[in-house]
Design a binder for this molecule. Structure first.
Ligand SMILES: [Zn+2]
Length: 100
């Protein structure tokens, strides 16, 4: 029984590590970006609009090989980079205009 528990723990840790790496991949992409509406640059406040949730879910579920990342990058290119503040304004139908 201990073997099984140990094995299970190892798998869980592996999954967690893989997820963390894939989250870092997203954060690295956002590191040089800023909100197109207000210019916010803080990576942890940036999101893809409108597919932020799906992009992050798909990114977590796929490996980091280029072939697996290309469809995610394509999806990201169809999105805008916004901060969470502006994202909630957009979701509430508040009109925003890009600063650039
Ligand atoms: Zn913003």
């Amino acid at each position: 029984m201990n073997h099984y528990k140990k094995y299970k723990k190892t798998i869980k840790e592996g999954v967690r590590k893989a997820r963390r790496k894939r989250d870092i991949w997203i954060n690295e992409l956002l590191a040089d970006e800023s909100c197109i509406y207000c210019g916010e640059t803080e990576t942890c406040t940036l999101a893809f609009y409108p597919d932020n949730k799906e992009i992050r879910i798909v990114s977590r579920s796929k490996g980091l090989r280029e072939k697996l990342r290309l469809p995610i990058l394509e999806r990201i290119q169809k999105n805008k980079i916004v901060c969470l503040n502006c994202e909630s304004k957009l979701k509430n139908d508040i009109q925003l205009s890009p600063i650039l």
